[in-house]
Design a protein around this ligand. Structure first.
Ligand SMILES: Nc1ncnc2c1ncn2[C@@H]1O[C@H](COP(=O)(O)OP(=O)(O)OP(=O)(O)O)[C@@H](O)[C@H]1O
Length: 753
């Protein structure tokens, strides 16, 4: 491979690549001064030692002209080259100046993590309590959106600082976290922070010595296109001359045939032979035009390549198959070479989400590319003629940003992970962030960012922005926190904006956001609602009566959809050794919780469990099954009810995990679960006391249901079991067992039935 800064040296030979390795590695850290020196060198009129890629061809100097080995040699002489800049230094220097200007913007202020000025007055006095942190705005239009992507990132301070650091040092980064938290946004932001002065174009040349090993040459960005144009012009010129010559000869043959009254057939045959000869010559001429493999001419920042889900060819480059490869009929191999994402991201960022979806051989090749900083392109399909072709090494000096969830990390090739770890950083993305006035101001800016990014949405009025903020709070599932799952929040912005846009309004309002919330329900939410409806059809709805061994449990489908999931327990005589048998679509975790619960039951009940089998069924557990052990207080209550024959209030629903000591432990998704219980018609819902602060239900549900936080199973039983006269004594006994068993006061009965 030849790394030519002036764009005129031909590739010397195929083995030149190793000499250039060090040069390539150094180039990435070359400062502007060095580049300017190179620029000067480039513009020097003397081209001693320059040699055109065409020089190898024996037939090229037919008209005694100088070879078209670069811009200068042609710009003054060739008509077609007039369109190209007169002096390459002009273009180069222009780009250089622009790039220097950009450097000031992007590189000099790396490391700034201060709040970006929203361009709006902030009322500090009300900031603490104000939903928008004191921002004095009428609509999202009043907020200034920062230019740089890195300044648009909200939260994720650690990831953001890491990206800034990694861009400075050209290190790889792995970001692990939930979808939509900004991983690809940060990777893109990183590409804007990398210096673009090192950008290169890559050209592939025909190798006259070995057709199957095309030569590679790198030139400064923008120069490649000029070189290709010059070569194309040269080839066209030669072809034009040849075509004229061919028609003159053909005309002469035909004229001679007519004048000499020879056989017309022989004349046509002779003309055909001439045509074939010239056609073959034309193909030879076409091989002088290099293939522009990587074109960074228009690139204003370091490249960003998202190779998520790319197959091997798209990632590592490929050589197209040519069915006419023999007999000089085929397309020259250098023209069939296609670059991969690793080559296009040279000097920039290669982003790979869900890295584990790449097969192992591809991951291994990626590792080689990372290690070497260059990678030859060959046909990826073994049976294709492209597999015979292997180019000289092509530069691929990228910074890799790998992303995914925890599974992606576990299934990643360990050696590849160690490359990232050894030469870069690993960051875990946050799902929520503390709700502070500064953060609320940033969320308001997020709305402005999304509106601007979409380009067609009407701005959000103040109330609409406030509603979005409330939704961000609600979706966080944690008191005093805001969700960082921005993609979903951005979806809500777009749906709300679309509603306003469809009605041709100037602003998106709070009503639009509320409507959007309903319209943009996730599949899981829609399923959950459908499920609740269906349960009503089958008369499985909540009643005020008590039922023995039946408890309304609560579960979450997907991330944000609550569902009511009744649990039934039945006690049966055992055939030998009491067992806990769980039916329904239980997942492993739920089965474990059943085991834990059985330990508690043994303490609570005076029935000899060794003589009984306890059957537990999760009624209508859909495909989602039961996640985690958030159903363990439900199971415990159902079993105790069945054992003691005490009915459970069917207007009560519950969620909570149970420790072996009887403590009620926190669970996830309480807000969604409470809302599901309310929707299903329950009037009371039991939640773990430690989850009390996570409750952020909508106002409409707050009126429908009473929330009872409980610390201990005894409190749960006090609320859930129905105290009919004939069972009162049993209830009291259970309560006293609970109190003594766990040595904890029941305290004031939160809401006895
Ligand atoms: N931290 C953030 N600050 C501002 N906007 C964000 C942030 N995170 C995400 N967004 C918005 O959400 C969109 C989607 O985010 P992005 O594609 O970066 O998420 P991701 O983590 O890469 O998701 P995935 O893993 O599913 O690819 C972004 O284009 C941006 O508009």
């Amino acid at each position: 491979m030849s790394n030519d800064t002036n764009g005129n040296d031909p590739p010397e030979d195929a083995s030149g690549a190793p000499d250039e390795e060090g040069e390539l590695a150094q180039e990435e850290r070359q400062g502007r001064e060095q580049r300017q020196e190179q620029e000067q060198e480039r513009t020097q009129p003397q081209r001693q030692g320059d040699q055109s890629p065409l020089a190898d061809e024996s037939d090229r100097h037919t008209d005694g002209e100088e070879p078209a080995d670069g811009l200068e040699s042609v710009s003054g002489e060739e008509e077609g080259a007039e369109d190209a800049p007169e002096d390459e230094s002009e273009t180069g220097a222009g780009n250089e100046a622009e790039r220097e200007e950009n450097d000031v913007e992007t590189v000099d202020d790396l490391g700034s993590t201060v709040e970006v000025d929203p361009g709006v007055e902030i009322d500090e006095e009300i900031a603490e309590d104000d939903l928008l942190g004191g921002l004095q705005i009428d609509s999202s239009d009043d907020i200034t959106v920062p230019d740089r992507l890195v300044d648009q990132v909200i939260g994720q301070d650690e990831a953001r600082d890491t990206i800034i650091k990694a861009a400075k040092q050209r290190r790889h980064v792995m970001m692990i976290g939930s979808p939509g938290t900004g991983k690809s946004m940060l990777a893109k932001a990183m590409s804007q922070l990398l210096p673009e002065e090192d950008l290169q174009d890559v050209l592939i040349y025909h190798n006259p010595d070995d057709e199957n090993e095309p030569k590679v040459r790198t030139v400064p960005a923008g120069k490649g296109r000029q070189i290709v144009d010059v070569h194309k012009e040269e080839a066209n010129k030669r072809n034009r001359t040849r075509t004229i010559l061919m028609w003159v000869i053909i005309a002469a043959i035909i004229l001679y045939t007519i004048l000499s009254a020879s056989s017309i057939i022989l004349g046509l045959l002779a003309a055909g032979v001439v045509w074939l000869i010239f056609r073959t010559l034309r193909q030879g001429t076409d091989t002088i035009v290099p293939n522009m493999l990587v074109d960074n001419g228009e690139q204003r920042t370091a490249p960003f390549e998202d190779a998520t889900g790319a197959h091997a060819g798209a990632l590592l480059g490929d050589v197209r198959h040519d069915p006419f490869q023999s007999g000089g009929m085929g397309t020259p191999s250098h023209e069939r070479v296609e670059s991969g994402s690793i080559h296009k991201s040279n000097k920039g960022v290669l982003f790979l989400d869900e890295m584990n979806t790449l097969d192992i051989p591809t991951q291994q090749k990626l590792m080689t590319a990372i290690q070497e900083g260059e990678f030859s392109i060959t046909g990826q399909s073994e049976r294709s003629s492209g597999a015979m072709v292997q180019t000289e090494p092509v530069p691929c000096d990228f910074v890799m940003v790998a992303a995914g969830n925890l599974d992606a990390m576990e299934n990643m090739h360990p050696a590849l992970r160690s490359r990232i770890k050894g030469y870069g950083y690993e960051v875990y993305m946050d799902d929520t962030i503390e709700d502070t006035p500064e953060m609320r101001r940033k969320y308001a800016r997020f709305v402005a960012q999304e509106v601007e990014r979409d380009g067609r949405l009407p701005p959000f009025d103040r109330e609409a922005v406030e509603e979005l903020l409330l939704e961000a709070r609600r979706r966080s599932g944690r008191k005093n926190h805001l969700t960082l799952l921005f993609r979903n929040l951005g979806g809500l912005v777009r749906v709300a904006g679309d509603i306003a846009r469809a009605e041709d309004r100037d602003f998106t309002t709070r009503d639009d956001v509320l409507q959007a919330k309903d319209r943009s329900r996730s599949i899981e939410q829609q399923l959950a609602d459908d499920y609740i409806e269906r349960r009503k059809d089958y008369e499985l709805e909540v009643t005020d009566d008590g039922a023995v061994g039946r408890v309304n449990g609560l579960a979450v489908m997907g991330e944000d959809s609550g569902i009511m999931l009744p649990v039934m327990a039945e006690i049966a005589p055992s055939q030998g050794g009491g067992e806990v048998i769980a039916t329904g679509k239980l997942k492993e975790m739920a089965e474990e919780s059943v085991q834990n619960v059985s330990a508690i039951i043994k303490k609570f009940s005076d029935v000899d469990l060794s003589e009984k089998d306890i059957h537990i069924q999760f009624v209508q557990a859909g495909d989602g099954g039961v996640d985690g052990d958030s159903a363990s207080i439900t199971v415990a209550t159902a079993v105790i009810s069945a054992l003691e024959d005490i009915p459970v209030d069917q207007s009560v629903a519950m969620t909570g995990s149970l420790s072996v000591r009887g403590d009620v432990l926190p669970v996830g998704g309480v807000t969604h679960k409470i809302e599901a219980a309310a929707k299903a018609g329950c009037t009371t819902v039991i939640i773990p006391k430690s989850n009390e602060q996570d409750v952020m239900i909508e106002d409409e549900y707050a009126e429908m249901i009473e929330i009872v936080p409980c610390d201990n199973i005894s409190e749960v039983l006090a609320v859930a079991l129905v105290g009919r006269p004939e069972t009162d004594s049993l209830v009291d006994r259970l309560k006293s067992i609970t109190d003594s068993a766990f040595d904890q006061p029941v305290g004031s009965n939160p809401s006895p039935q």
